[in-house]
Design a protein around this ligand. Structure first.
Ligand SMILES: [Mg+2]
Length: 178
């Protein structure tokens, strides 16, 4: 099981689209809660919306893949962003990634997965052979079992940050962890 993200950024809107394009990325699989919107509520943050629009203008395809149990919310958010979605993603299992790539018409080498949780978003993207991008959660509010996962991932994040995974605010935000 590979836990290490390919790249890290403070937030999705700090992921460098030039860098993704240079890596040959044409499709982006997006996590929902705590990656582009606050957990379980509200709409997509304006910064995330602007980043998604910028990716679209570059001709990149986007697909929402959330483990959220309320499918109606996932559908609503996907429609508001005019992006595709795959329901009941069950990350880290690879099927959602395969479904998303099929919808976008991309392959593992041209697709990245972005999310705020190591054990679902990053492990899943790595298992599917994608470029994986870890962001910091937008808020601390989340499910109790997620809090447990955070405890597990905390030392990992610290180790990656020590290797230059996360840089100071104002610095180059996307960085290689491998
Ligand atoms: Mg999340």
């Amino acid at each position: 099981m590979c836990l290490t993200p390919t790249l890290m950024a403070r937030a999705i809107w700090e992921v460098d689209l030039d860098d993704l394009a240079a890596r040959g990325i044409r499709g982006i699989i997006l996590d929902l809660d705590n990656t582009i919107a606050y957990w379980r509520k509200g709409g997509v943050l304006p910064e995330a919306r602007a980043w998604i629009e910028a990716a679209r203008q570059r001709g990149m395809k986007l697909c929402l893949a959330s483990n959220a149990s309320r499918t109606s919310r996932v559908v609503r958010v996907a429609e508001s962003l005019a992006v595709d979605h795959v329901g009941r993603a069950t990350k880290p299992f690879a099927s959602a990634y395969r479904r998303a790539m099929k919808v976008m018409g991309t392959s593992p080498s041209t697709t990245c997965g972005i999310g705020d949780q190591v054990l679902t978003d990053i492990v899943g993207a790595n298992r599917a052979g994608l470029t994986s991008i870890l962001v910091e959660p937008l808020s601390r509010r989340e499910l109790p079992h997620t809090w447990l996962l955070r405890l597990i991932e905390k030392p990992m994040r610290r180790r990656w940050a020590g290797r230059g995974g996360l840089e100071k605010p104002g610095g180059k935000s996307t960085s290689q962890t491998e």
